[in-house]
Design a protein. Structure first.
Length: 120
């Protein structure tokens, strides 16, 4: 039975486009994880200010394995040789000396919502 994990991300007003660009830079970083079935980033339009990161997994064990081994890589900076901004700790700007300054997280918090898919 498939399971759905929804990360409800609290994003300050005006920071949504930055969050979206970071996800876009790493949008296929989870694709090869065993048991991974799909991903969606949902932008709020009415009634809520949180973004929802929706992932579907073949089973709970697949999600747990990715969380233990692959989640940190999916939230890391861009792969070597790529300058696009990505996850929570991605490099951001070049300082006056040319060193990259770390990016601050866009989100101010998150809640994990967990579901099983009901097969009808």
């Amino acid at each position: 039975m498939s399971v759905v994990k929804i990360n409800a991300i609290h994003v300050p007003e005006g920071s949504g486009s930055e969050l979206e660009s970071r996800f876009a830079a790493r949008k296929h970083s989870v694709d090869g994880a065993p048991g991974f079935e799909g991903f969606q980033l949902l932008r709020p339009v009415s009634g809520d200010t949180r973004y929802f990161v929706v992932t579907t997994w073949a089973d709970e064990q697949s999600f747990q394995a990715w969380q233990a081994d692959g989640a940190a890589a999916a939230h890391a900076g861009p792969p070597a040789g790529q300058g696009a901004p990505a996850g929570h700790g991605a490099p951001a700007d070049q300082g006056s000396e040319g060193a990259e300054a770390p990016r601050r997280p866009v989100a101010t918090g998150a809640d994990l919502l967990e579901f099983e898919v009901v097969e009808l």
